[in-house]
Design a protein around this ligand. Structure first.
Ligand code: SF4
Length: 377
């Protein structure tokens, strides 16, 4: 089992909160698609296993034209063994999902869409510099459905400043009324090198207080659960049978190849590689046959700690027996006091050999994981 991630590093305009890798200069899109197709061919020996998930992320992959998408998919199919039941996801922005584009995506073999809705509040969409309106988001969803998509994920952002509990509840009601198969929730974080980062430094943006943000997240868990969605990871909720297989493969440590600027790969053992996070440098390197990625070898301890970090974020929890067999030590013995402390705060539960987070624990999943790490030698 293996996966392929394709990073499409272009967006029509920059959202004020976003620090992903993308460029708003779309003029080199064709050249970029050729370069990524070239990278796919040159790394065809990276994965030996059957490809069960393909994920177009970005940036905005829904900007790809039919022929561009076809070129990338063709080169994947010609160079790898792709399962006939592979999950093929594409991240889409509402403004791109016209009837024609939705039908083209479906025709080319995309079978799962992940649509960035973020909020249904018109003013907040504008404030975040999203291009689309709330009406367009609903229309995009309907176009996708009519085109044949039976597996659609929608993204929402919580903890938006001045977006109170009522406004958040409205967003949740609006999203569930569309009845998507999957919903992802992300708390708004203010990144330094973004417009919001600048506004915060200039005191033009005041973040929602932490307790209000936490309340919105906990409310969403209850709301989505009551509406038939199963929380299977900190940020992800799916109807039964609709959990993202691609995300799951990251958490399960299966090998994946990431192509395109800024993409990461993992060989399934102990090596990660990171492509250069710059369109111009990436294109130059591919065109001139230069090095475009860096490698990192993970130590055994790093791999165990990564496993704790990723498993803890899932509803399945950390397999303590497995960690013991890999490390020779018990997490329970290394961190007895801390585990006792977070147990008393109702953040975790220990069931059988598994350590699982409860909703209050999910709020601080990464902080808890860091405290459970094995020390580096
Ligand atoms: S949030 Fe998405 S559409 Fe907006 S800038 Fe970031 S990658 Fe582009």
């Amino acid at each position: 089992m293996a996966g392929i991630y394709i990073h499409i590093p272009f967006c029509r305009q920059a959202c004020h909160y976003c620090d992903f890798h993308f460029s708003t200069n779309l003029s080199r899109q064709d050249e970029m698609v050729d370069a990524i197709a070239h990278e796919i061919v040159s790394r065809k020996d990276y994965l030996q296993d059957e490809i069960v998930t393909i994920y177009f992320g970005g940036g905005t992959p829904s900007l790809l034209s039919g022929p561009q998408l076809e070129k990338l998919l063709e080169s994947i199919h010609q160079n790898f063994t792709v399962s006939s039941t592979a999950e093929v996801t594409l991240e889409a922005n509402p403004e791109d999902l016209t009837k024609a584009q939705s039908e083209a995506l479906y025709k080319h073999g995309i079978n799962r869409l992940s649509i960035g809705i973020q909020t249904f509040d018109e003013q907040k969409l504008q404030w975040m510099n999203r291009i689309h309106s709330s009406e367009e988001a609903v229309k995009a969803f309907r176009n996708a459905r009519s085109a044949g998509f039976e597996n659609i994920s929608l993204d929402l952002i919580y903890a938006i400043p001045n977006h109170d509990r009522n406004a958040w509840e409205k967003d949740l009601k609006a999203i569930t009324s569309l009845d998507p198969e999957h919903i992802s929730l992300y708390g708004l974080t203010i990144e330094e090198k973004t417009v919001f980062g600048k506004w915060e430094r200039e005191n033009q943006l005041i973040q929602l207080p932490e307790d209000a943000a936490a309340e919105q997240y906990l409310f969403a868990i209850d709301f989505l659960t009551a509406n038939g969605y199963i929380q299977y990871e900190v940020s992800n909720f799916g109807k039964k049978g609709y959990h993202s297989r691609h995300n799951h493969s990251y958490w399960a440590g299966t090998p994946y190849l990431g192509v395109g600027p800024g993409a990461h790969s993992f060989d399934g053992k102990n090596t990660r590689s990171f492509n250069v996070r710059n369109n111009v440098k990436y294109l130059k390197a591919i065109n001139e046959n230069l090095e475009y990625s860096e490698q990192e070898e993970l130590s055994d301890i790093q791999r165990i700690n990564e496993r704790i970090l990723t498993e803890l974020r899932t509803s399945g929890g950390v397999d303590l027996k497995m960690i013991e067999s890999l490390s020779g030590s018990r997490v329970e013995d290394l961190h007895t006091t801390f585990l006792q402390e977070i147990h008393e705060k109702n953040m975790i539960e220990m069931t059988g050999d598994f350590l699982r987070l409860k909703p209050h624990g999910f709020l601080v999943a990464d902080e808890i994981a860091l405290r459970l790490f094995f020390p580096e030698e």
